[in-house]
Design a protein around this ligand. Sequence first.
Ligand SMILES: C[S@@+](CC[C@H](N)C(=O)[O-])C[C@H]1O[C@@H](n2cnc3c(N)ncnc32)[C@H](O)[C@@H]1O
Length: 278
Amino acid sequence: MSNQNRDAEYTMGRSESETDRLIEQSVLYDDVTRRFLRRSGIAKGMKVLDVGSGAGDVALTLAEFVGSEGTVIGVDVNADILETARERAKTAGATNIEFIAGDTRTLELPKDFDAVAGRLVLMYMADPADALKHLADHVRPGGIVAFQEVDFSPYSVAVHPDTPLINDLIEWGRTVFERSGAHIDMGMELYKTFVDAGLPEPALHFEAPMGGPENWPGFEYLENSFRSILPLIEAYEIATADEVDVETLAGRIQSEVAASKRPIMLPPHVTAHATIPS
Ligand SMILES: C[S@@+](CC[C@H](N)C(=O)[O-])C[C@H]1O[C@@H](n2cnc3c(N)ncnc32)[C@H](O)[C@@H]1O
C-alpha cells in the first residue's frame, strides 16, 4: 500500500539518463496526451499551469495548443531538470512558456489560470486529493482541471505462464513503486481524487501503447525504465542486478514477446478532465 502520510521517494531517480527516459516516454505517449488535452478543451489563448513539468514535454505540447497568444507556466520541484526544460523550450522557439522551480502545493502562483494540467505527478504526492483541491483554487470559474496518470492494476491480465520474464518485470515494477510510496493505481483513483477534491465528476479515458513488432521502441523504453528504477530495486532487495540484467533487457523482452506471440503492454494511462462550474 502507498504511504498516505508522505510523498513518494522519487521512484525513477534523478539522473541524466532518467531525463532522457522521460523524453523517450513522452514520444511513446505523445498521441495519448494530445488526444487528452484536445478533449479536455485546452485551446488557443489560454493560460495553463503544468504541474510537475520534468523535462518539459507536456508544457511544450500545451504551448502548441495555446499558441502565441496563450501562456504556459510549468512548475517542478526538481530545479535541475527545469534547466533541460528551458533549453528545450528555447530550441523549439516556444517563447510562451515559463518554468518555475518549486513545489506546486506551496508556491505562490496566480489564481487566474484557464486550466491546470499534469501528467504522472499526482502519483508521487502523499495526498493527491488535497493537492488537487489546492491546484484547482488557481483556476478561474469555468476553467479546466486535467490530469493523466499511470495505473498498474490491468497488469494482472498480462501475466501468463509462457512469459516468465514479463511476469518478473511486472512484479518487480509494481513492488518498487509501491515500496517507494507512489500511488501505483493513481489512474483508477482519479475519479475519487477529483470528487474528494470537491471537483465535478471527471470524464475518464484509458489507453496503453502495446508492442510486438521487432522495431517497436517500447522494448528500449522498458529497458531504460528498469535502468532508472534498478537502484531502488536493489536497495529494497526486490531483485539483484544480475537477475534484472538491465543491459540485455530490451532484447530478452522482445524475444519473449516473439516466442509467446503475446504483445506487451506499456504502463496504461488514465486521463481525467473536469470543468469548474462558472
Ligand atoms: C514522472 S515525472 C513526469 C514529468 C512530465 N509531467 C512528463 O510527463 O513528462 C514527474 C515530475 O513531477 C515532479 N514533481 C513531483 N512532485 C511534485 C510537486 N509536489 N511539485 C512539483 N513537481 C513535482 C518530479 O520532480 C518530476 O519531475
